[in-house]
Write a protein that binds this ligand. Structure first.
Ligand SMILES: [Zn+2]
Length: 283
């Protein structure tokens, strides 16, 4: 049983099925100056956009028609305009997923590279000191990576062997549990949610939108669920184009993500790209 749990947790961090979006034709023209400003925070005192009972009543009888990374309404590209790239890193939590890639975070700090960090509830519980440091840094935006790290399904569909949520109510629970924790810890609700494995069906995506949170997937698979070597990481990330949304992982310190990102970021900076958090919008 323990072996099965451990294997499942590792698979839960894997997103190997994604396609890498490459933009090799990126030109070398000088980018126009862009100023980034975060969008205003939602009112932390506001009542939840929707209750569990309302979600069950609205969506409990609906059948999904889509399963994957591209459900209608999900965010797959950096929202800011221009020559920008959004780096995102998941911390999956649970057995095998609650480590902390200090080298990756130190690199981002040293180079002042903004990023959005999707944290699972179990990872936060296992890393309270690291969480508080990350949450206090404006360089990083904190997103919701679920309560139990489940693929987001209303019918129990699985991804990489990880069983998904089984109903509209369980979709609500998977999002709301960690959303409440993060709202309490941050003093404001996270704006973005990425499910465990990043899989989501179209009904689940509508539910999360109703909850006032944006579902995020990705356009560039940066580390293959933290399975890539440094070279396998740097290759697709360095080839990312304008508007790319890169997924990587920050929980396995022994992976190739930190060295791969450290190799790719200078290349992208030299090509005139800038890095944004998901809340950063150009003006
Ligand atoms: Zn994950």
């Amino acid at each position: 049983m323990l072996v099965a749990l451990a294997a499942g947790a590792l698979a839960g961090c894997a997103d190997p099925g994604a396609t890498a979006s490459r933009h090799p034709s990126a030109s070398m023209t000088v980018p126009r100056p862009v100023v980034f400003t975060p969008t205003p925070d939602p009112d932390p005192q506001a009542a939840p956009a929707v209750t569990r009972a309302q979600v069950v009543a609205r969506y409990g009888h609906l059948s999904p028609h889509y399963w994957g990374f591209g459900a209608p309404g999900v965010l797959r590209h950096a929202p800011a305009a221009g020559r920008v790239i959004a780096l995102t890193f998941d911390a999956c939590g649970g057995p095998g997923g609650s480590g902390y890639d200090q080298a990756l975070i130190d690199f981002l700090r040293r180079r002042q590279v903004p990023a959005t960090l999707f944290l699972n509830s179990r990872w936060i519980d296992a890393n309270p000191a690291a969480f508080h440091l990350l949450a206090a840094e404006p360089l990083f935006e904190i997103g919701n990576h679920g309560t139990r790290h489940r693929p987001l399904s209303v019918t129990g569909r699985s991804a990489y062997g990880i069983p998904g949520t089984r109903s509209a109510g369980e979709v609500y629970d998977e999002v709301a549990g960690n959303q409440a924790k993060l709202t309490r810890l941050l003093g404001r609700p996270p704006r973005f949610f990425r499910s465990g494995t990043a899989y989501c069906d179209d009904i689940a995506a509508r539910i999360v939108t109703d909850m006032g949170v944006r579902v995020v997937t990705f356009s560039v698979n940066g580390d293959g669920g933290a399975t890539f070597t440094p070279a396998q990481v740097s290759s697709p990330v360095a080839a990312a184009g304008a508007g790319s949304l890169v997924i990587g992982h920050m929980n396995p310190p022994e992976g190739g993500t930190a060295r791969g990102i450290a190799a790719a970021v200078p290349i992208l900076l030299a090509r005139g790209y800038r890095f944004v958090r998901l809340s950063d919008q150009s003006r």
